[in-house]
Write a protein that binds this ligand. Structure first.
Ligand SMILES: [Zn+2]
Length: 321
């Protein structure tokens, strides 16, 4: 694999050491991410399990579980980012593994807490799914949740209620991290040359929604960005929504072509607040863009008729003195 004909050894950390393709498909990178993800789930379980025991209300537990799911999701995103791991399959595996591990370890640390810190119980549950199932069954059928130390507190809900709550907890712990990790993968792309993440150019362009939008979407999905040529600027009277074009490029490979993502923005009436609310939906993924078109789209001044609540425009006119 190593190319020995290259006599100029690159200094460590200075050059591309692998291609984007390798980064996306390397099983070693995924295994590393899964290993760190499981370790994180293990550590967090020692916070969540005892908290679950001491929390006075089961509904507070559900909020805690949601918070734990969000935390796992953020850590999953960070792992994908730092390890440069791309691909939906990797994102889903990482999210599911972290969620399942967090649920399992949390059950173990919870049972450890309610059995007066019995390590035998802890290890039997961690090592044997059948043991965990026996405990879950026992607790649902015999809802006296603090056998010792707290005098026992009888519960008034039927077993089915607990099964439903625990199933909801498990679902929250897996779905939330998977969603976060998938979102990260959908919104980021690795450079084909050096395997680092592309960076947002920070100046989204706005265009009026063209009448032939379906044809444009089809071309974008086929990887053809030239359909974005000559789109009309946004006019204040344009009420049918607008397109936002975001540009991305590799910070390490200035010679490589950039990419764009196109979003459709619309103002919809919020049913609850009765206020118009902006929604933004991506029209496909990253599309490579020719250099001259990139210039046409991003180099011009911002159009005068900015839509209300346009993203990424916190400019305060009073400060530009
Ligand atoms: Zn690059």
């Amino acid at each position: 694999m190593a190319d020995t004909s290259n006599t100029f050894a690159s200094p460590p950390g200075a050059g591309p050491d692998f291609s984007a393709d390798e980064a996306q498909k390397s099983p070693a990178t995924l295994i590393k991410a899964l290993g760190i993800g499981l370790a994180v789930a293990f550590i967090l379980s020692w916070v969540y399990g005892p908290l679950d025991f001491h929390s006075p209300l089961i509904f507070l537990n559900l909020a805690l579980v949601y918070f734990l799911g969000l935390l796992l999701g953020r850590i999953g995103e960070a792992l994908l980012k730092i390890l440069r791991l791309a691909g939906t399959a990797a994102a889903v595996s990482l999210g599911v593994a972290m969620g399942l591990a967090a649920a399992w370890f949390s059950w173990a640390s919870y049972l450890f807490t309610i059995t007066d810190y019995n390590f035998e119980v802890y290890f039997s549950v961690v090592l044997d799914p059948g043991e965990l199932y026996s405990w879950i069954y026992y607790l649902a059928e015999n809802p006296i949740w603090a056998p010792s130390g707290r005098g026992g507190k009888a519960s008034s809900f039927p077993p089915l209620f607990y099964y439903a709550v625990w199933a909801g907890e498990l679902l929250t712990l897996t779905v939330v991290p998977v969603k976060k990790c998938r979102q990260f993968i959908a919104n980021h792309r690795l450079c084909d040359s050096c395997g680092h993440w592309l960076a947002d150019n920070g100046k989204p362009a706005v265009r009026r929604t063209p009448p032939d939008l379906p044809a444009i979407v089809a071309s974008l999905k086929a990887g053809d960005a030239s359909v974005l040529r000559g789109l009309e600027p946004l006019s204040p009277e344009g009420s049918g929504g607008w397109l936002t074009i975001k540009g991305y490029a590799c910070p390490r490979c200035p010679e490589k072509p950039g990419f764009v993502r196109v979003f459709r923005n619309e103002l919809v009436m919020d049913k609850k607040s009765k206020e118009p609310r902006e929604i933004e939906n991506p029209l496909g993924g990253f599309v490579e863009i020719p250099v001259d078109l990139e210039g046409e789209i991003f180099a011009e001044p911002e159009p005068a008729g900015q839509p209300p609540e346009a993203p990424g425009t916190p400019a305060d006119p009073e400060e530009t003195a």
